[in-house]
Write a protein that binds this ligand. Sequence first.
Ligand code: PEP
Length: 258
Amino acid sequence: MGDKLVIGNWKSNGRRLENEALLTLLCAQALEPNIGVGVCVPYPYLDQVGRLLEGSAVVLGAQDVSAYPDGAYTGEVSVGMLADFGCRYVIVGHSERRALFGESDQMVARKARLALEGGLVPVVCIGETLAERDGGEVASVISRQLEPIWAELDVDDLARIVIAYEPVWAIGTGLSAEPSQVDEVLAFVRQSLSSRSTQADTVKILYGGSVKASTAFDLFSLPDCDGGLIGGASLVAVEFLAICKAAAAVSNNGSVNE
Ligand code: PEP
């Protein structure tokens, strides 16, 4: 646990001029020393964003990676390439990739393993749809998504991943999950992790889904919440900075994760 982590997911957004304006504002603010902050940007902007972040505390990430190494995989971007651009984080298994691009639980686990082997930290996204929640299937869906991760990674590697619980119905909808709903799932994930790793307490578990400055403090204050994966709000400097401030405030309060 320890310091809170806030990671922005720009999704398929950005232009060079907009990126520069956003990151200039972000980097001009002294970020608190007791949080980690990253931005996961589209592949074409990795070089530009990497340069703009030089000398700042904000770290670079990507939003996906190939399930294959370098080679004859036309159109794919390998872990080695992401490392070459200085990425620290890579999101794997975002619900948009699972739903729109057919990524299986097994493929997500494989991407996570390749990311770790290449020296990156995979941010493994999991979460249920509204129909699954309404059907009382949250625990079984989360378990089904986690099992291949547990099977693919060895115990030491498990301690190096980040997990992001993102209920599909809360992503991009403006409808954040209630803290009590998030609390229940994060505790379940932590418990599942504990049965595999003695270092379960050190693994960062994030919440994602319509987090705003106004909701961040309460969500990040949950006992098993180590921060957030932020989509839409990460494109608005003042909002993203306020979310980072909320994360720092929770850490400063010492109310959680000491
Ligand atoms: C996301 O894309 O991971 C996400 C959480 O999006 P939003 O914050 O816009 O719901």
